[in-house]
Every structure is written in C-alpha cells, then in structure tokens.
Design a protein around this ligand. Sequence first.
Ligand code: NAD
Length: 254
Amino acid sequence: MEISGNNAIFVGGASGMCRATAIRFAEKGGKVAILDLESSDGASVAKELNGIFLPCNVMDFDGMAGVMDEAVKAMGGLHFMVNTAGGGGAQKTVKRDGVRHSLADFRRVIDLNLIGSFNINSIAAEHMQHKEPNESGERGVMINTASIAAFEGQIGQVSYTAAKGGIAAMTLTMARDLGSLGIRCMTIAPSLFDTGLTAGIPEEASQNMTKGAAFPRRMGKPDEFAIMAISIYECAMMNGSTLRIDGGQRFAPR
Ligand SMILES: NC(=O)c1ccc[n+]([C@@H]2O[C@H](COP(=O)([O-])OP(=O)(O)OC[C@H]3O[C@@H](n4cnc5c(N)ncnc54)[C@H](O)[C@@H]3O)[C@@H](O)[C@H]2O)c1
C-alpha cells in the first residue's frame, strides 16, 4: 500500500510504539488521526503531525464506532489502522494467600486487549471495504499489538497471556474473513520496549529482563516497532501472521 495521500488511524498513538509509527507515516506524506485517552498527549502529537486528535477509550465498545466514524469522515477514508491500546495485570491463578485470581480483573484485561482490539478492527474493516482498491486490489491494512507473552507468559501474567494469545490467534482468521475485501490483518508481538508503559522500570531491572535475548540485549526502541509496522503496510504479502520483534528473546517463567 502507498502512504502518500492515504489515511491512517493510530489507536494509542499519543505515546510509544504507535506514536513512532504515526510519525513515520506522516513523514512519508500520509494523513493521521491520533485516537487515545483524553488525558494523553494526543492533541500535541496530532498537532506536530498536522493530523487530528480524537479522545477515546477502547473499553467504551459502543462509543468507539462514533469516534472512528468521525476520524474517517475528517480524513476522507481509511487505509491503515495501528492499535497499541492495551496493558496487563499481575496476578497468579491462585495467589500467595491461597485465594484464586479475581475474575473481574481477568475480564478487564481481556476486555481492554482482546475485545477492544476486535471491536476496532471490525469497525475499521467496515469503513475500509467502501474504498476503491489500489491497482493490486488492496483496500486496507490493520495491525494489532500482542506481546511475546502470548507465547511464553511469565508467572502472574495469566490474563495478559490469554488476551494477547487471543489477539495472535484471531489474526489469521480475520485475514481470511477480510481477504475477499482486499484488507490485510497482522499482529506484532514485542518483547520489552522502552515506552510510556515501561517508563517506570529501573535501568537495572530492564537489563535483567533483557539479558536472555540473543542480540541486542536491551529494550526495543519505539521506532523499531514503527519500522516493522510500516514494512507490513507497504508489503502486500504480509498477511495473517503474528511477527515477533524481540532480539531473539524467549521469556523465562519469571
Ligand atoms: N512496551 C512494552 O514493553 C510492550 C511489550 C509487549 C507488548 N506491549 C503492548 O504494547 C501496547 C502499549 O504500547 P506502548 O508500549 O507503546 O505503551 P505506551 O504507554 O507508550 O502507549 C500506549 C498508548 O495507549 C493508550 N491507551 C491505553 N489504554 C487505552 C484505552 N483504554 N483507550 C485508548 N487508548 C489507550 C495510552 O494512553 C498510550 O498513549 C500494549 O498493548 C502492550 O500490551 C508493550
């Protein structure tokens, strides 16, 4: 897919990996809409990129359709959506005190990551289907964010692993569902990345958490996610897969 003159929605685009992707997309001449929490830096990021900011919460499942409609109308269509809104919880299946994992907490993490992602993907695809395809028959591309915890979840990450595993698992099915419309769907699964989400992790702890990587043994940089996301958008053969971006790291049990 071409970038110049095309339109993209970045959900979670006020910070970290999604912001870095929005910057690359705008630098190549694309139009951007930043969708993020009202409390985020979305307005200033959008201004910097000559784009628009629309406050949203992906947990407001009904409200997201209206916000995305507004973004698509303002830009005149939709070709690309990147979604990083998400996060985890830390709780074991049975906790140290012998009490089982809170079901409400488990459900919250599934809602935020898995239901939130599916909801905005289906809304985005509904819009993309109406665009004229390009000369290769492509109408749009959607990228979700899992984690390498989808494949080797650490102790205390059971809800996060279930949610991110769900995102990885639905990727091929969604790509198959949308293939006849010329819409591609991919997922990126990062290891530890240096973003707003991990800003509170002390240097020593992050070194310890990345020491098992093959190379490089450090946190990933948001722009390294952006390079991959833009490559996915530009390469028509990238479809239906979850790509790890992890320096060869495999998480240990803890
Ligand atoms: N940073 C890491 O080490 C890492 C590793 C693996 C996976 N991930 C995944 O990446 C995503 C986080 O991205 P990041 O690391 O660039 O973090 P980040 O905090 O820099 O950016 C995430 C953005 O999402 C927004 N957001 C959060 N909840 C939202 C909601 N309910 N509705 C709308 N927007 C919301 C935040 O305001 C923020 O701007 C999550 O899905 C996380 O699970 C991160």
